[in-house]
Design a binder for this molecule. Structure first.
Ligand SMILES: C[S@@+](CC[C@H](N)C(=O)[O-])C[C@H]1O[C@@H](n2cnc3c(N)ncnc32)[C@H](O)[C@@H]1O
Length: 420
């Protein structure tokens, strides 16, 4: 424990965190609720933010602590167990509620044990308890049957008996103490290596522990699913900045190269939004990822490529990277960026970096949570505007020509060119 003298009155534990704030949060909720429209995601997000502040304000510190330490920790593990055992699939198989005995028989589990787990999931509101030991699915538990959604639980709570990425979250305090509470900088000797006793980086470690790599790739698709994207109208002027200036018959005739593109959800989305586009669409990633791809539009070329090696597609109109540079410390990013820069045609090619730009204040919890995960899984980070400018302009020698987007909690699109 720290050496700073404790001056806090212990009675604080039993008082709501911020009762005086409750009336104004309630008015906010009422006003937002009155204008809620199924097509207005911004209002829904604002309502959620207010609802979260209401919980924080009303809860007493003891209740918050129990929710964090017991209830939510237990919940994500139980959800993961349910995915593996097929509990959510069975609950979703027909609309009828099911008894614990039926669930146990269908999933070859023990009713006494599974019943206890399901009671907690119902108590937390994620399945419906319709009678004693009888449960019905909800939209959320139905969604748990979809691989891109359930893969997040699987990769965090330990596919293949590894203890998963969650183990790295638990070791953060001891790793940080051991390293003097300093920013982790080594991707081969960081918190993940400390947690799992490995010399591999996170991607290598995931691939070496099947099905963790497969779950991670699905999880990336799940993370991006339904979020505002750079190709959406009003985000980045795709037509004006990319399509209009495309020149066919260049050295590669490529329009877009998605570097480290995973299973291809971004480039597929680009094609779906711009089916009229001309030019090659190239998806690049490591072999284990590319070989996991089962269906892609015939226009997209899945290609094995290590981004530290020479970029084989020269002079493309755009090289795109989504959630790639945030995985690596600056010196590794410079190697990745250097290969792309050499392939770019000055005055024509653009580099599009789809990453969070952390605002100076009021950062969104998705971004701050991800920043911590980056540090404990990869010794890397989400970057501020100044950090992006330092990396891309001062160190890598690009010129930033625009930062598009700027929605709270959503990755921006940073457009760069090679100065002529
Ligand atoms: C965080 S994921 C992002 C994937 C995808 N762009 C997305 O947004 O869903 C990072 C990707 O980088 C890929 N990757 C890691 N090391 C790589 C390397 N040396 N060469 C190419 N891709 C690599 C991983 O396989 C993974 O698909």
């Amino acid at each position: 424990m720290g050496s700073i003298e404790n001056t806090v009155d212990p009675a604080v534990i039993l008082q709501p965190n911020d009762l005086p704030a409750v009336p104004s949060i309630l008015s906010e909720l009422q006003a937002l609720g009155a204008s809620l429209d199924p097509n207005d995601d911004q209002t829904r997000q604002s309502l959620l933010a207010s609802a979260r502040s209401l919980i924080v304000a009303l809860e007493k510190p003891r209740e918050t602590m129990i929710r964090h330490c017991w209830a939510e920790n237990a919940l994500s593990s139980v959800i993961s167990l349910g995915v593996e055992a097929g509990i959510w699939d069975y609950l979703a198989s027909t609309p009828a509620p099911k008894t614990v005995e039926q669930i146990a028989a269908a999933t070859r589990t023990e009713a006494g044990f599974i019943g206890r787990l399901l009671k907690h999931v119902a108590a937390m509101g994620y399945i419906r308890e319709v009678a004693q030991d009888t449960y019905a699915s909800t939209s959320f538990s139905d969604a748990l049957t979809i691989p891109i959604l359930n893969a997040g639980y699987r990769v965090f709570t330990g596919p293949g008996n590894t203890g998963g990425l969650q183990k790295c979250v638990s070791t953060l305090p001891s790793y940080a103490r051991q390293t003097g509470y300093r920013t982790p900088t080594s991707m081969l000797d960081g918190n993940l290596q400390f947690a799992h006793g490995t010399k591999l980086n996170m991607f290598e470690w995931l691939m070496a522990n099947p099905p963790a790599g497969e779950c991670f790739n699905l999880h990336m698709s799940g993370y991006a699913h339904g979020r505002p994207r750079w190709v959406d109208p009003g985000f980045y002027p795709v037509k004006e900045r990319l399509l209009d200036g495309y020149v066919s018959g260049g050295s590669s005739s490529a329009l877009l190269v998605d570097v480290g593109g995973g299973l291809g959800h971004d480039i597929s989305n680009f094609l779906a939004k711009h089916p009229e586009c001309k030019g090659r669409l190239v998806l690049q990633d490591l072999e284990p990822v590319i070989s996991q791809i089962s269906a892609l539009d015939a226009r997209i070329e899945p290609t094995v490529h290590d981004f530290h090696a020479e970029q084989p597609v020269k002079g493309a109109r755009a090289y795109y990277m989504h959630s790639v540079l945030h995985d690596w410390p600056d010196e590794v990013c410079l190697s990745i960026l250097g290969q792309i820069k050499k392939a770019m045609k000055p005055g024509y090619s653009r580099l599009l970096i789809n990453e969070n730009v952390i605002p100076d204040t009021k950062a969104h919890w998705e971004t701050t949570g991800l920043d911590i995960l980056m540090s404990l899984l990869l010794s890397s980070k989400e970057r501020t505007r100044m950090e992006w400018s330092r990396l891309l302009e001062e160190q890598a020698g690009f010129k930033i020509t625009g930062i598009y987007g700027g929605l709270s909690g959503v990755e921006s699109l940073i457009e760069c060119v090679v100065p002529e």
